[in-house]
Design a protein around this ligand. Structure first.
Ligand SMILES: Cc1cc2nc3c(=O)[nH]c(=O)nc-3n(C[C@H](O)[C@H](O)[C@H](O)COP(=O)(O)OP(=O)(O)OC[C@H]3O[C@@H](n4cnc5c(N)ncnc54)[C@H](O)[C@@H]3O)c2cc1C
Length: 537
């Protein structure tokens, strides 16, 4: 933005500007060397020389920033190679100190073979452990975004992987029934998931050998800690810059801290949620890189406003693509909305093509305003375009009806004539209007567990019903339903299930028209209820 600006980057490590998001692919072997994560599209290595010669930016690597003197506008730095301290002046300072891995308190955590995957050096250490196929049994502590992608990477290298998580689900950014689908897929690919479980101790002589979980000892040659990250704010705290309620650095819409000459960006700051307006901590590369651009404009005299975040994210877990944007249903409740949701499984392209793959979309809206609050899209098919369309729709403040009006491109190899996003919005609209009454697979499981007096009506084909069905369900083919209505009681709650929900909706219309007062459709059908088990046939 300003060729005359004197720009200096202070970095404590040797490498800078590498794609941290690519580290799991270096672990899996898909990326053969870390250098690849440091190159531009045109093949230049983004090192000290690149920044100096091409961008005229001085890089002081292996140099730690120790303190900020706000009054004199200077920074105390230490050259880590020579152990020498000096000062450097600034007119404008940008803090981009990132985050650090959270360290759970576990006895034996300091043993060899315990890693977190945060920096390129961690990845190199991990690759060394994996050499010669030494790490046969791996325990991953924490089934969040990083734990999940690392589990795939290590499993692909031939390790037996166990994910241990203290919550009742993996991938906390998803609702439970959606996380269950991913868990199913993990288990189908040989990764064991232990929920509601804590690693209580790490055992071994010098190197880890066992972990203790709920009085059981599990063999472990390698442990990966992925219990989340926290903002690196020590410099900011020392300089008395204001921190926000999330513990990250507080910034305004121009990315300025409480000192207008100091900006802060990336994983060390908190953002504003575009849905709730509240501060949120979103340590994502997609956010950090956009911050970088806005800060660059603003420190050179611009006044570009950073609007906030939707927490859009996407990961790949074996054959599953997993994406989410905005609020999930549990967060929407917590934030005081009146959420209404649907789950719609369907093909990502026209179903008659052999390339069509199943995806599940869960769309969440606010019943009062009808605004879209969030979505989760999961499956083997193309989820990324769906999540990005919904992210755009939420940014534009669209409601459920507006989604139905979107003019999306169509040809059989790319989508259905009515894309699954529009189908989901239509079902949600019907639900809000009261024409469609649905129950989530989670709620149904709770009702079954509580032995509630309900009728489960399965309207699928004989073939489908015989392969798998919910225990205790009554089987009536959809095309015989009108003639067999007398077999169903009117005084009980009836929950209808079919493969995906489409035929259940037909059955719901028939029952409603014939005076059955309490009828619901199982949202997402048997596909969502059982997940991977039935999806593959
Ligand atoms: C394995 C992995 C996979 C990921 N995958 C994704 C993904 O798929 N999608 C996504 O959106 N995000 C992903 N992320 C998150 C993403 O990498 C981060 O959000 C992003 O790197 C943040 O950029 P940053 O510049 O704020 O911080 P960082 O990249 O962490 O950079 C901060 C830098 O500051 C330096 N530093 C800190 N303190 C000092 C000091 N006092 N003096 C000098 N230097 C200092 C550090 O050494 C570091 O180099 C992933 C992260 C990891 C670890």
């Amino acid at each position: 933005m300003n060729e005359d600006a004197l720009i200096t980057i202070i970095e404590k490590d040797k490498s800078l500007s590498y794609a941290g998001c690519g580290l799991p692919y270096y672990i899996s072997g898909m990326v053969s060397e870390p250098r690849a994560l440091m190159t531009t599209h045109d093949g230049d290595i983004r090192d000290q020389e690149f920044f100096g010669k091409i961008k005229d930016i001085e890089v002081l690597n292996r140099t730690r920033a120790l303190a900020i003197d706000r009054k004199n506008k200077s920074i105390v730095i230490e050259d880590l190679k020579l152990g020498k301290r000096s000062e450097i002046n600034y007119d404008k300072l940008i803090l981009a100190t990132g985050s650090k891995a959270k360290m759970p308190r576990i006895k034996g955590i300091d043993k060899k073979g315990v890693y977190s995957l945060h920096r390129v050096e961690d990845a190199e250490g991990l690759r060394r452990e994996l050499r010669g196929n030494k790490a046969k049994d791996v325990v991953i502590i924490g089934g969040g975004l990083l734990g999940a992608v690392t589990a795939e990477a290590l499993s692909r290298r031939g390790s037996r992987v166990n994910i241990v998580d203290s919550c009742d689900q993996i991938l906390g950014f998803l609702d439970r029934e959606m996380a269950y689908l991913v868990q199913n897929h993990f288990e189908e690919r040989g990764v064991r998931v232990l929920l509601n479980s804590k690693v209580e101790a790490i055992r071994g002589r010098e190197h880890v050998e066992w972990v203790k979980v709920k009085n059981y000892l599990f063999r472990a040659d390698l442990i990966i800690l992925s219990t989340g990250v926290k903002p690196e704010v020590s410099l900011a705290r020392k300089a008395d810059l204001e921190l926000g309620s999330t513990g990250a650095i507080k910034i305004n819409k121009y990315l300025q801290t409480s000192d207008p000459d100091i900006y802060a960006i990336g994983d060390c700051v908190e953002n504003k949620s575009l849905i709730t307006g509240k501060p949120v901590y979103t340590p994502l590369g997609s956010v950090a890189t956009r911050h970088g651009r806005f800060a660059g404009i603003n420190v050179t005299g611009g006044s570009e406003e950073f609007p906030g975040v939707l927490n859009s994210m996407i990961i790949k877990v074996f054959d599953y693509n997993v994406a989410s944007v905005g609020l999930n249903e549990k967060e929407a409740f917590r934030e005081g909305f009146f959420p209404v949701s649907v789950i719609v499984p369907g093909p990502d392209k026209d179903h008659y093509l052999p390339t069509a793959k199943l995806i599940y979309i869960k769309l969440v809206a606010d019943r009062n305003s009808r605004k879209i609050l969030g979505a989760q899209v999961i499956g083997r098919g193309d989820v990324s375009k769906r999540i990005d369309v919904i992210a755009t729709a939420i940014s534009a403040g669209m409601g459920v009806n507006d989604i139905s009006k979107l003019d999306l491109a169509y040809a059989p190899p790319y989508s259905s004539a009515m894309d699954i996003i529009i189908t989901a919005a239509n079902v949600l609209h019907s639900k809000i209007e009261g024409n469609y009454v649905g129950i989530s697979p989670l709620k149904l499981k709770e009702k079954i567990a509580a032995k509630e007096d309900i009728i489960l009506l399965d309207v699928r084909s004989h073939y489908e019903y015989d392969r798998i069905s919910i225990p205790g369900s009554i089987h009536i083919l959809l095309n015989t339903l009108r003639g067999r209505l007398h077999q169903l009681p009117k005084n009980l709650e009836i929950i209808i299930c079919c493969r995906s929900g489409i035929n259940s909706y037909e059955a719901l219309r028939i029952l409603k028209a014939n005076g059955f007062p309490n009828v619901q459709v199982l949202d997402g059908g048997i596909l969502t209820f059982f997940g991977e088990i039935i999806e593959t046939y």
